[in-house]
Design a protein around this ligand. Structure first.
Ligand SMILES: Cc1cc2nc3c(=O)[nH]c(=O)nc-3n(C[C@H](O)[C@H](O)[C@H](O)COP(=O)(O)O)c2cc1C
Length: 191
């Protein structure tokens, strides 16, 4: 049986909500990235932005799960200044090269999500099996759960494509030829 781990960072709760829904749907263990220094006080948002702009890696607590024990790691982050949140950058720098198969999701206000997903993929060293972007507005409607469903189906479809044998002529069937739309990395630039 495949083992899934959802790893997320969330400052104000949006990404946590999506992480829990994905984990419930796919039967995954969950790892919350916890910072060693909490982001509180009136300048907290400003520091978040600076951490992102300067690509800082703030210290985070040791992980409670070993990602090397999981077949698929699903990573979720808020978008900060058109990039992943800084604590996710720390986590991926620490784990780069240990994630065999990955899927990525971000919550955001509506700008820079594609770039953030692209940077998460680069920082992890893994090609995305599936991606998901949800805005704060999406999360106020119930339909975001259908997007989570498509995201999870995208992961399953991509995994079955990887495992599918080549045909009698030695060709691997085209991605998505099973009728499921699998979001690919080249789609990211358009978001
Ligand atoms: C410092 C900071 C920078 C942000 N930058 C962006 C951004 O560039 N684009 C965007 O669409 N949303 C941006 N947001 C909004 C968050 O991505 C959005 O509220 C997200 O859902 C928060 O997730 P969380 O509740 O899990 O922390 C920013 C928020 C903060 C705090």
């Amino acid at each position: 049986m495949m083992r899934y781990l959802v790893v997320y960072y969330s400052w104000t709760g949006n990404t946590k909500k999506v992480a829990k829904a994905v984990a419930d749907r796919i039967g995954a263990d969950v790892e919350a990235i916890v910072e060693q220094r909490p982001r509180t006080g009136s300048f907290a948002r400003f520091w978040c932005a600076l951490d992102s702009i300067f690509r800082r890696q703030p210290p985070i607590a040791p992980a409670s799960h070993d990602i090397g024990e999981y077949d698929v790691v699903i990573l979720g982050s808020p978008v900060w200044a058109a990039d992943m949140a800084a604590p996710m950058r720390t986590f991926l720098a620490r784990e780069k090269g240990r994630i065999a198969k990955a899927a990525f999701f971000c919550t955001y206000a509506g700008a820079g999500g594609g770039i953030a997903l692209e940077r998460m993929a680069d920082a992890s060293g893994a090609e995305p099996l599936s991606i998901l972007l949800l805005t704060q507005e999406d999360l106020e409607r119930t339909s975001w759960r259908a997007d989570v469903e498509s995201f999870v189906k995208g992961i399953s479809a991509a995994l079955s494509e990887i495992e599918r044998p080549t045909d009698e002529l030695g060709h691997t069937p085209l991605p998505g030829s099973n009728g499921t739309k699998v979001e690919r990395r080249q789609d990211l630039a358009t978001r």
